[in-house]
Design a protein around this ligand. Structure first.
Ligand code: SAM
Length: 219
């Protein structure tokens, strides 16, 4: 997709601000809601080098991720100590370890057969990485990729976009609701003020930053 954000330069920094470095608390708390079985496939769009990939595979799930940055994917394998194989898969490069398949390249180049068995989309800080003009195409592509009854666990952010430019961008719940209807019902799981936990963002001028965990239930 055409983007104005240079994600590669974010990954060339020593510590990209969006990388949590620990398992996401909402993921741990809310994954039981989805009643998954061992061996089920979870899709992590725009996955970065999230520790969640390793945690989910350790819980017995298969993880499929896509990430633009080769640096991020190779850092994930180096930091997790997992051995991997690597091969070209269409327009993407596939990095594989047991129960983990990470595709390096543009999300828009993913093909539906990769995700035909997907049981959950886990979107943490992914929709907020997509510029406004690309969000409708992102959602359309997502619906082409995963089976129609696939629920989603989403973690989004909202803040005053006049106080700070993204990424990550502010994508409030009402925007998600509009974007994902009529295919999904959007249920709020948690809504938290996070500005005191993000001093770097406070320094950039933000007064409030709301982090929201959502469950998207297919209709
Ligand atoms: C805000 S980060 C979140 C990463 C991850 N979800 C996490 O929780 O740490 C957004 C990620 O999206 C990746 N990205 C941006 N545009 C992409 C695209 N079109 N296809 C695949 N990955 C993309 C960036 O390289 C970056 O790693």
């Amino acid at each position: 997709m055409k983007q104005t954000v240079d994600w590669h330069s974010h990954w060339n920094k020593p510590a990209p601000g969006f990388h949590e470095g620990r398992v996401n608390a909402y993921l741990q708390q809310y994954i039981p809601l989805f009643k998954l079985q061992q061996g089920d496939t979870i899709f992590m769009p725009l996955c970065g080098k999230a520790v969640d990939i390793l945690w989910l595979s350790g819980q017995g799930f298969k993880v499929v991720g896509v990430e633009l940055s080769r640096v991020a994917i190779e850092a994930f394998f180096e930091e997790s100590g997992l051995e991997f194989t690597q091969r070209q898969a269409g327009k993407l490069m596939l990095y594989k370890a047991p129960n983990i398949a990470l595709y390096q390249g543009d999300f828009m180049h993913m093909e539906p057969q990769i995700l035909s068995a997907c049981k959950l989309v886990y979107d943490r800080a992914s929709i907020v990485a997509i510029e406004l003009f690309n969000r409708a195409a992102y959602k359309k592509k997502m619906l082409e990729l995963v089976p129609a009854a696939t629920p989603m666990l989403m973690v989004t952010l909202s803040y005053d976009q006049n106080q700070m430019t993204g990424p990550p961008f502010s994508v409030p719940v009402d925007e998600i609701t509009k974007l994902y209807q009529p295919e999904y019902q959007v249920e709020m799981l948690r809504n938290c003020e996070q500005i005191d936990e993000r001093p770097r963002w406070k320094e950039r001028g933000l007064e409030s930053l709301i982090e929201t965990a959502l469950r998207l239930i297919p209709l």
